[in-house]
Design a binder for this molecule. Structure first.
Ligand code: SAH
Length: 265
């Protein structure tokens, strides 16, 4: 059983027009009645062909061939329009399995890495019976992963330390109108105590050690997935499960994430 809050904008393969800009009436009926005249500019701006759903579906097929098995994760990646989160000059690369610059020296993660990390969160003990509850994401960046998480979890708190990216993510996410995704500007190394405890914590930036606050803010049965430098400086994907017997840590494959930094800038 999947718990997936509604995604107002569109369904994959629907060929529907682009999501409407926000401000068209919160809670108003969705999908129907998108403004005339939006269709043509939106399609032109896509730059990945008129039917981006087809390109996205191809990306998802490759992710499945690469070992992603969760239907919910595959569906979420088929739904979120990644090309809307990158600069116009990069839209034709938006559905390749590559990280891309998003400004201020940061990058949007590769789709395969986003899928892998989301799948790890969903397979946590606590996520099995009722779906994923409250999630904390460290490093909002352009907001892409937050949108994906918004389809997979009941609530998403996402925190970014760079004001420029926090603002960009807010603009990027607005048309999707995901009421369960909450954007915060702050130092994610401290977690976000107000939203705790979290069923899952996911970091999109890699440090040298897992901050104590993250473990403290994890619910019992919850799971943390984060890139972390291990001996020798190599960054690895780390999974920490909070169990009644303490924290259980697994080190998975090597990864390449931007550095986790403290403070707001
Ligand atoms: N999930 C993002 C990936 C962004 S890259 C996306 O889909 O685009 C990682 C982000 O982590 C960067 O924007 C960086 O500024 C941010 N970051 C690094 N250290 C941080 C911290 N202590 N608190 C919050 N954000 C941080």
């Amino acid at each position: 059983m999947q718990r997936r809050p509604g995604f107002p904008a569109r369904l994959p393969g629907s060929g529907a027009p682009a999501p409407r800009p926000a401000g068209a009436g919160a809670g108003a009926s969705k999908g129907a009645g998108a403004g005339l005249g939006q269709r043509a500019p939106a399609a032109t701006a896509v730059g990945v062909g008129l039917d981006s759903a087809a390109v996205r579906n191809r990306m998802v097929q490759k992710l499945a061939a690469g070992g992603i098995t969760s239907p919910a994760v595959l569906q979420a990646l088929a739904t979120v329009e990644r090309h809307r989160f990158v600069d116009s000059g990069l839209v034709n690369q938006a559905y390749e399995d590559t990280s891309l610059p998003i400004g201020l020296g940061q990058t949007i993660s590769k789709p395969s890495v986003v899928a892998r990390m989301c799948e790890l969160l969903l397979s946590a003990e606590s996520a099995r019976p009722a779906g994923l509850g409250r999630v904390l994401e460290i490093g909002t960046g352009c907001g892409y992963q937050a949108a994906v998480l918004g389809l997979l979890a009941r609530e998403v708190y996402t925190i970014e330390r760079l004001r420029g990216l926090h603002d960009k993510a807010r603009d990027n996410l607005r048309p999707f109108r995901l009421a369960n995704v909450h954007l915060m500007l702050g130092d994610g190394m401290l977690g976000y105590a107000k939203g705790a405890p979290y069923a899952a914590i996911i970091a999109a930036a890699g440090g040298d050690a897992v901050p104590q606050e993250w473990c403290d803010q994890l619910a019992m049965g919850g799971r943390l997935v984060a890139p972390m430098a291990v001996a020798g400086g190599q960054q690895m994907l780390l999974v920490i499960d909070k169990t009644p017997h303490g924290l259980k840590q697994s080190v998975l494959e090597p990864v390449h994430f931007v550095p986790l930094k403290s403070g707001i800038a």
